[in-house]
Design a protein around this ligand. Structure first.
Ligand code: ADP
Ligand code: MG
Length: 355
């Protein structure tokens, strides 16, 4: 469905007019997302996740490399001027308030993409609006209200309904639950999973929350300093991580210990500056296993020997390196949040709350 080949994106980061400084947000990144899958991209803040999202959404051009959409090369973003092309890729953001027009009623927020993408005549549009309200479980009376009359979770539902209104093929979700309460997170995630299953839309889900991602993804890509360092089936990557960075991220997941405190191993060291990405292996400065070769030769993103669908960019990817918790799968808190059913979005309460 989506493919990046050797994608490069640089940003100017100040400097003088004689000598600009450039940072590398995407550094020869390659990635394939298959039709209909729930693909998650994880990595620390600043590693280039949102940049990748904007490129794939047709909001920014690459400096080098290729973007392919549905098997066809996208030469540059001018093809997104075509409304049918724009319809096919939609995006939702972390902050559902700033992405919704505060002066528009919810119903009009949903009608707008239907009109602009030529959904049909007025009755067809109204029929679709009713369907969308059902999908996000908004009583029809609430469509007359404005975004500020809803909670953060409800606003994110509106943003999701708007994004799927004209049946996109790809839905890019850039940290869509990072700003929400734990109890609400699960509901939004469940909604996305339902939408993916029912509409067959391909989801590119971006998050720095590995415990969440491990529960919901078909495949996962781990990003470090503008490059994918490990990618594969979520089950394989999370149960048998082969890149030291993925292991460090997994060990940093807070687990709840007996006295109820959350604990996670802190990530050692700081992310190197994207102005000066280390040569050879980009992770070697922070890697406890680094040896001579890591400073000389860049590891390719190669298949892990024992598996078919799992790749890691590490010279030691085929050496057994048990994690602290290797015998046990990581204890991940919050599993239950995907099944809780707090009342916020029950239609009756929603009507009450917004009445
Ligand atoms: P993430 O979403 O993983 O936190 P981003 O894609 O937002 O990372 O950013 C990657 C790097 O690119 C960061 O160093 C960030 O400061 C830089 N960056 C992102 N967008 C811009 C921009 N428009 N101008 C300059 N630098 C940018
Ligand atoms: Mg981001």
């Amino acid at each position: 469905m989506l493919e990046l080949k050797g994608a490069v994106k640089r940003y100017s980061g100040g400097g003088s007019i004689f000598k600009k400084r450039w940072l590398t947000a995407l550094d020869h990144l390659s990635l394939t997302v298959r039709r209909g899958e729930f693909f998650s991209l994880v990595g620390e803040s600043g590693c280039g996740k949102s940049t990748l999202a904007r490129i794939v959404a047709g909001l920014e051009n690459l400096d080098d490399g290729e973007l392919h959409f549905d098997g066809r090369r996208v030469p540059d973003i001018s093809i997104f001027k075509d409304r049918q092309m724009r319809r096919r890729v939609q995006m939702i953001f972390q902050d559902p308030y700033s992405s919704l027009n505060p002066r528009m009623r919810v119903g009009d927020i949903l009608r707008e993409p239907l009109r602009s993408f030529g959904w049909g005549d007025a009755p067809a549009i109204e029929k679709r609006v009713v369907e969308l309200a059902e999908i996000i479980r908004f009583p029809l009376s609430t469509l007359e209200r404005y975004p500020h009359q809803f909670s953060g979770g409800q606003r994110q539902r509106i943003a999701i309904a708007r994004a799927i209104a004209a049946t996109p093929e790809v839905l890019i979700c850039d940290e869509p639950v990072s700003a929400l309460d734990v109890s609400i997170k699960g509901q939004i995630i469940n909604l996305l999973i339902d939408i993916q299953e029912q509409l067959g839309v391909t989801i590119l889900f971006i998050s720095h929350d590995l415990s969440l991602v491990s529960k919901i993804s078909d495949r996962v890509g781990v990003m470090y300093l503008g490059r994918i360092v490990e990618i594969g089936d979520a089950a394989s990557v999370f149960s048998d991580p082969r890149h030291p960075y993925t292991r460090v991220l997994l060990d940093a997941i807070p687990t709840v210990n007996r006295d109820g405190r959350r604990q996670g191993a802190p990530l050692a060291g700081e992310v190197p500056s994207p102005f000066a990405i280390p040569t050879a292996c980009r992770f070697r400065d922070r890697c406890s296993l680094a040896f001579d070769k890591c400073a000389i030769e860049e590891p390719g993103l190669d298949a892990v020997a024992s598996t078919r669908a799992h790749y890691a960019a590490c010279h030691l990817r085929d050496r057994a390196q048990p994690r602290k918790a290797a015998a046990d799968p990581p204890r991940i808190p919050g599993v239950e949040i995907f099944y809780t059913n707090t009342s916020e979005h029950q239609p009756s309460n929603l009507a009450k709350e917004t009445a």
